[in-house]
Structure formats: C-alpha cells, structure tokens
Design a protein around this ligand. Structure first.
Ligand code: DQA
Length: 145
C-alpha cells in the first residue's frame, strides 16, 4: 500500500514566518514548521507549497486534485481566508478534503479576522495553537482515512 499523501499549503506572508510579528506567529520559519511536520508524521508523504498569490494557490489545489491520491490538504490561507471567494470556490470544486488552519486564534484578534469565507467549504477549522495547529490538521486528515 502506498503512503498517505498530504499537501501542506501556506498563503501570503507566511513565507516571512520567523521574522514576521513573532509575538503573534512565533519564531519558527516556515521551513522549520514544515520540517517539524514531516518529522512528527514519518509515515506520511508530504508535499509543501507556499505562495503569495491567490491564483497560484488555486492552481495547486487543481493540480493535486487532478494528480489524485491526496488524502487531504492542510491549508493556512493567511489573509485570503477572510475575503477570497475565488479560493473558496476552488476548495468547493474539488473532492480532496481541505482543513483550514491558523497559527493565531483569529477570533481573539481584529474583527475582520473573525470571518472566514473558506470555512464553509472546508472539512474543519483549527486555530490558535501555533505550530500545533498544522499537526492537528494532519491528524484530522488521518482520522478521516
Ligand atoms: C493567519 C491569520 C490571518 O488572519 C493572517 O492574515 C495570517 C495568518 C494565522 O495563521 O494565524 O496571515 O492565517
């Protein structure tokens, strides 16, 4: 049997983790986070992707959907979470389950972060646990298998 494959995808500004508002997002870089995920789940095959661009994130979702065999996507869409109807429609159009994750507890922060336009088409939402949010996202996907 082939290994479970999961895409961990990050949107805009998450390439700056480590340097970006560490008091909110922590001091680890995105590479540190991705390495930690791979180490925590050695039985899983991961692909990692980050883009600052909405269209690139959408294309990646279509790519993995068409390639097939992905158990799910752990997605931190960054600020696109709050307003990208295009990303919402892309998630809605694919069968691969997507778990929405956030490092910070968006509900404790500015009001504009309280609304997610993608939650309604995601399998579930995890927010506020720092790096652990990604790990919980992976667990959620494995639990569905
Ligand atoms: C974030 C929360 C978003 O509101 C913000 O725009 C981000 C990061 C988080 O991981 O906490 O870029 O998704």
């Amino acid at each position: 049997m082939s290994a479970t494959t999961i895409l961990v995808m990050n949107g805009p500004n998450l390439s700056r983790l480590g340097k970006r508002e560490p008091e909110i997002y922590g001091s680890l870089t995105l590479d540190d986070i991705n390495r930690g995920i791979a180490e925590a789940f050695p039985e899983v095959r991961f692909e990692f992707y980050q883009s600052e661009y909405e269209g690139a994130l959408i294309e990646k979702l279509f790519e993995i959907e068409d390639r097939g065999g992905f158990a799910g996507v752990v997605l931190n869409a960054g600020a696109f979470t709050h307003y990208s109807i295009a990303l919402r429609d892309a998630i809605s159009s694919i069968k691969t389950p997507v778990v929405e994750v956030h490092l910070s507890n968006v509900h404790k922060r500015e009001e504009f972060r309280h609304k997610s336009v993608i939650s309604v088409v995601c399998a579930g939402v995890i927010a506020g646990f720092g790096v652990e949010s990604y790990h919980l996202g992976v667990r959620a996907i494995l639990g569905r298998g």
